[in-house]
Ligand binder design. Structure first.
Ligand code: ZN
Ligand code: ZN
Length: 271
């Protein structure tokens, strides 16, 4: 099992000790974990500290735990919160951090918080999608130091009206983003957090995953977005089967930012 989206006590919104998660993974028969703790520069609200990621302590801790638990492969990742004006700062961070994996996530659009709902004030639900994907597109035009884009349809996670908008209202803005990702030879993640909520769907949902595939996209990672150890490897087999149904043949894994494809069929046979 692979998990390319996972938080530990190095994230401002997570209290789970990294070592506890590793022990749980071993207990579940896991052979691999990539920790992607949060770093969001210039976050517009301050209820949670997303800016205080201590990358030196994080690296030292992973190295120490890797020595202690040689039966599992641990990787150093980051969930980097992007905004267009932060491209250079994030680029410099990645060069210095030297990670295995960078998840490029959008928690903010037009400098407003998607999570606490500020972004949806004074916008129609349709305009919220258009503005969000415009921001993502503009950012991906100037930021390239990443592997995959995280939870690509995240606005639906936090707002019911936004969730109910028909995809046709923002399809061309979304297509531009997907084509940009494919042209740049980057990928997207399938984020399992939505399957643990009443929404019961992945982020992005199957419709968008199918669209990405139909446009020629092939690079895809699987991430639980676990903030508690119980949620690692969440719905792993179920989502692999869905990806296979859509037509994906490989799962993307990373080593020092280099993509290494793993055949889905082979992974399924071993589960
Ligand atoms: Zn996120
Ligand atoms: Zn996350």
């Amino acid at each position: 099992m692979y998990d390319y989206h996972l938080h530990s006590h190095f994230s401002g919104d997570c209290n789970e000790q990294m070592e506890e998660t590793i022990k749980k993974a071993i207990e579940m028969g896991g052979k691999h974990l990539c920790f992607t703790d949060h770093l969001d520069y210039d976050y517009p609200t301050h209820e949670i500290d997303f800016e205080g990621f201590d990358e030196k302590a994080f690296t030292a801790h992973i190295n120490q735990l890797q020595d202690k638990y040689s039966e599992i492969k641990l990787q150093k990742g980051v969930e980097l919160g992007l905004q267009t004006h932060l491209a250079n700062q994030c680029d410099a961070f990645v060069k210095n951090f030297d990670p295995d994996f960078v998840l490029c996530s959008f928690h903010v659009a037009k400098r407003q918080d998607l999570f606490n709902g500020d972004f949806y004030e004074n916008r129609t639900p349709e305009q919220a999608w258009l503005d969000y994907y415009e921001d993502v597109y503009n950012t991906l035009n100037v930021f390239k130091s990443y592997c995959v884009v995280g939870h690509l349809d995240i606005p639906k996670r936090y707002n019911e009206k936004v969730k109910d908008v028909d995809i046709k209202a923002y399809e061309s803005a979304l297509d531009k983003v997907l084509i940009k990702i494919i042209e740049d030879k980057k990928g997207i993640e399938v984020n399992m957090s939505g399957l643990r909520t009443p929404q019961m769907e992945t982020l992005p949902n199957r419709l968008i995953l199918q669209k990405y595939f139909d446009l020629g996209g092939s690079i895809i990672t699987i991430g639980s977005d676990a903030h508690r150890k119980e949620d690692i490897y969440s719905h792993f087999k179920e989502v692999l089967l869905m990806l296979q149904e859509i037509g994906f043949e490989y799962l993307a894994t990373y080593e020092k930012m280099k993509m290494i494809p793993i055949e889905i069929k082979t992974v399924l046979e071993k589960l």
